[in-house]
Design a protein around this ligand. Structure first.
Ligand code: UDP
Ligand code: MG
Length: 314
């Protein structure tokens, strides 16, 4: 028997929260009755600075049933930071924590299989989607492209695994040693080590409410993942710079030969082209370097990743 925490980040989730709470409580009850988990197990909702009634709902749930716990961030810090805040609280109370979305897209029916894996001795268990049928074609393709790009860039990442995962206390403690501000949990998880397992599940459609991840946030998230874990873009910049330099030398030799032969080059097109091409390249690469410099700057400041305003846990 062990203590399990279900960590659920919530941002403006008043539409789904009552149903999510009900279903998770049912599962917690079943697992307790079956003797898998202790009475100290909790459902921990992390309010990520919601603007709607999310926190009031969490407080009410907590006052009715102590198995509901709450953590409220002082403002919206994004899914990854909210999740980390919850996991770090769970680390001090639980033997294992499972993180899942509030919108019931991560099939809660899979929780018992996570528990089984943990009981077999796995300390990191990944929830992996068995299909992407519930996604729009667009989201499916962008996601595929994302995973391909990530592995091409040498980032270790589990295919079709989002943030539905179980972490043991030891894994959570390891996670707490990662001090980075630019958080990309699914990149960190494979680095933790320990015995791992996977659980396949069918991803559901959002139960209610709207996605908090519009395209703009998705792109930002992908970019975050790449620049936080891979230095390949920097090497690519170097390579591209070297190639451009070689090309310019070739052009120089070609121009000298033409000049020696007495044929003056009159075309300004090529001249203009190279000015623009080189200028463009330089700017582009400067941007890539700037991205990393910016990250270093943000990391160097070591600002808190989240600030807790309230905790409901007994
Ligand atoms: N979320 C959060 N903070 C945010 C955005 C989202 O805590 O700034 C939570 C949200 O409440 C949900 C989870 O992160 O539990 C995933 O968000 P969502 O379902 O909107 O993303 P999608 O499934 O569409 O990618
Ligand atoms: Mg969702």
């Amino acid at each position: 028997m062990f203590t399990l925490y279900l960590v659920v980040p919530c941002y403006n989730e008043e539409a789904v929260l009552p149903e999510t709470a009900k279903r998770l409580l049912d599962i917690l009850r079943e697992l307790t009755a079956a003797g898998h988990i202790s009475d100290d197990s909790r459902i921990l909702f992390v309010n990520d600075g919601s603007k709607d009634r999310t926190w009031e709902l969490i407080s009410t749930l907590h006052s009715h049933d102590k198995r509901f716990a709450g953590l409220s961030l002082s403002r919206n810090r994004g899914h990854q930071n909210a999740l980390l805040a919850g996991l770090m609280l769970a680390k001090d109370h639980a033997d294992a924590a499972i993180s899942l979305d509030a919108d019931l897209q991560d099939d809660v029916g899979a929780i018992e299989r996570f528990v089984a894996k943990y009981e077999e001795g796995c300390e990191v268990v990944y929830g992996v989607r068995s299909s992407r049928e519930t996604d729009t074609g667009f989201k499916r393709n962008t996601a595929r492209g994302f995973y391909r790009l990530m592995s091409a860039l040498g980032v270790e990442i589990v295919y079709d695994h989002a943030d539905y995962r179980l972490l043991s206390r030891r894994a959570l403690e390891a996670l707490s040693q990662y001090g980075e501000r630019n958080l990309f949990l699914r990149g960190i998880a494979p680095q933790l080590g320990f015995r791992t397992g996977t659980v396949e599940y069918e991803r559901q459609v959002r139960f209610a409410g709207e996605s908090k991840y519009p395209l703009k946030k998705m792109i930002a998230f992908a970019f975050e993942g790449i620049t936080s874990f891979s230095v390949k873009p920097l090497r690519f910049a170097l390579l591209l710079g070297a190639v451009a330099f070689l090309v310019s030398i070739a052009i120089l030799i070609y121009g000298l030969i033409r000049w020696l032969c007495g044929m003056t080059v009159t075309g300004w097109t090529s001249l203009l082209f190279s000015i623009w091409a080189l200028g463009g390249l330089q700017l582009l690469m400067l941007g890539v370097v700037g991205e990393y410099v910016g990250k270093t700057y943000l990391e160097a400041k070591r600002r808190p990743r989240y600030i807790v305003s309230e905790t409901l846990l007994e």
